[in-house]
Design a binder for this molecule. Structure first.
Ligand code: 2P0
Length: 324
């Protein structure tokens, strides 16, 4: 029996978790294949999951996310690479569910494409190397290259694949509290936003230069499990990324009024001696960096001051996985 025949009408279920950047990827060295212009250090978050069922079919790939048919052009380049990996002219039927808001700045494309890449690669070859799965995931979405791995990851500027620095057990007390301000889809996708920033922000070149320094310092703070230093650097990276976004034309303002309220609230927590640092992505949600021992106090304060905000405490999670 040929390999070609054996891969048709196979099904696999893949899971992955979103990758939250502590220092940010914002801008591409090459837009063609999502090669990042900045190095990012990230954590794969437990508790938030994309679950993706992939079946191989003869033709006409389709992707359905949370019951919604996705535009084929968003996936065509990815499927070209994935199809080549399967060594035959296969198409894919993909049904994916996220148990958290989609396209709203919680890195659903990172977990979605990591699950998809892992599922297809493992269908083609159960021993397919993780580094190559990461490179495939990157074709779909830059941050997805990181989500393939668990724990603490990095994706270097100019590189094709992410790496795992430490697995989830390296710092089990590390926490990210995701505060959901608004779960609607954002107006500008990260892809569009990055391209706009590169083309129009007068600060883009400085952002790229500075990001490398912040990234290196953050890696060193992580090695030392220095939460104060790492929290400060994550905060700086997010604000500098936003400087680049806001200075684009048209300006990219992903924030909502409550975003600012939360940022000020976290600043006050810190002034009051609680170890809490803010970070954000391309959306209005605020992510709070802290350690396990402070989670209860922070959640209680959040409930008191922001009763309408849903807060999800996440810890370092596992990389992408498949089941048959
Ligand atoms: C990050 N973000 O490092 C940054 C911070 C958002 C802000 O990676 O165009 O969906 O698919 O490569 O990965 C979100 O952008 O963008 C992202 P593409 P992606 O997590």
């Amino acid at each position: 029996m040929s390999t070609k025949k054996s891969l048709l009408h196979k099904t696999v279920i893949a899971c992955a978790h979103p990758s939250l950047a502590l220092t940010k990827y914002w801008g591409k060295a090459s837009s063609k294949n999502n090669i990042p212009a900045t190095s990012s250090l990230a954590i794969t978050l437990s508790g938030l999951t994309s679950t993706t069922r992939i079946s191989t079919v003869k033709k006409n790939s389709v992707v359905i996310v949370n019951g919604e048919l996705q535009p084929p052009e968003r996936y065509s380049q990815f499927f070209q690479h994935a199809g080549a990996l399967c060594d035959e002219n296969l198409a894919f039927k993909v049904e994916s569910e996220n148990d958290f808001p989609t396209g709203a700045g919680i890195a659903s494309s990172s977990s979605g494409f990591a699950a998809l890449a892992c599922g297809i690669a493992k269908l083609a070859d159960p021993d397919y190397p993780l580094g190559e799965i990461s490179a495939l995931a990157r074709i779909g979405s830059g941050s997805a290259a990181r989500s393939v791995f668990g724990g603490f990851t990095l994706l270097r500027a100019g590189s094709h694949a992410a790496e795992m620095l430490h697995d989830a057990s390296f710092w089990p007390e590390f926490r990210i509290i995701v505060c959901i301000v608004k779960d609607a889809k954002k107006e500008y996708s990260s892809r569009l936003g990055m391209s706009l920033s590169k083309k129009t922000s007068p600060y883009f070149k400085s952002w790229v230069l500075d990001a490398e320094k912040t990234f290196k310092e953050a890696c060193s703070a992580l090695e030392n499990k220095d939460i104060e230093k790492l929290g400060d650097l994550a905060r700086i990276s997010a604000y500098r990324m936003f400087g680049t976004m806001i200075s684009s034309a048209p300006p990219l303002v992903y924030w909502e009024p409550q975003t600012i309220g939360l940022l000020k609230f976290i600043e006050r927590l810190r002034i009051n001696g609680i170890g809490a640092w803010e970070t954000m992505d391309a959306g209005p949600q605020v992510k709070l960096i802290c350690l396990k021992d402070d989670v209860h106090r922070i959640e209680t304060a959040l409930e008191e001051h922001f009763p309408d905000i849903q807060a999800l405490a996440c810890q370092p999670g596992e990389g992408a996985s498949v089941s048959w």
